[in-house]
Design a protein around this ligand. Structure first.
Ligand code: IDP
Ligand code: MG
Length: 156
């Protein structure tokens, strides 16, 4: 049985400022994932604290909260076969200096404090993060993209 998942992806403020929105979206589209929600917004302190609750108390927490609020983000929901692990592969590991060449973070970022993109790390955090930024009626899942047509064929 295939694993259709949803994940929360955000172009962080440094990625927006550097003009990487299109490039990052292109990589997810090109892979075959389906974009089902997107908006630009200024993250509130409350949203930032919810988003990064797991990091509360860590030495970099306050800077992280400031960073995610340092300019608008582009928040997105992507859907697809194994999209959570797959999108983390496309992004590369947290520290751009350790990320594989060819990943977003390796190709476009220098340090982990400014690593241009966020992606959920498991189905539970994906659903939790989606709910911080999107209402149910902002999700547009009522269309078939090419990848879904491929997956339907796999199920036959
Ligand atoms: P992830 O974004 O790859 O899932 P997490 O460990 O969840 O990485 O950390 C969330 C974000 O916090 C990272 O993307 C990065 O921006 C920041 N961060 C993580 N570790 C450090 C650190 O050691 N110093 C500064 N910032 C960090
Ligand atoms: Mg994380």
């Amino acid at each position: 049985m295939h694993t259709e998942q949803r994940t929360f992806i955000a172009v962080k403020p440094d990625g927006v400022r550097r003009g990487l929105v299109g490039e990052i979206i292109r990589r997810f589209e090109q892979k075959g994932y389906k974009l089902i929600a997107m908006k630009m917004l200024d993250v509130t302190r409350e949203q930032a604290e919810k988003h990064y609750a797991e990091h509360k108390g860590k030495p970099f927490y306050e800077r992280l909260i400031e960073y995610i609020q340092s300019g608008p983000i582009v928040a997105m929901v992507w859907k697809g076969y194994n999209v959570i692990a797959g999108s983390r592969q496309l992004m590369g590991v947290t520290n751009p200096q350790e990320a594989q060449v060819g990943t977003i973070r390796a190709d476009f970022a220098l340090v982990k404090e400014y690593n241009v993109v966020h992606g959920s790390d498991c189905p539970e955090s994906a659903e939790r993060e989606i709910a911080i930024y999107f209402a149910d009626d902002e999700i547009c899942d009522e269309y078939d993209n090419m990848a879904e047509i491929v997956i339907e064929k796999l199920d036959d």
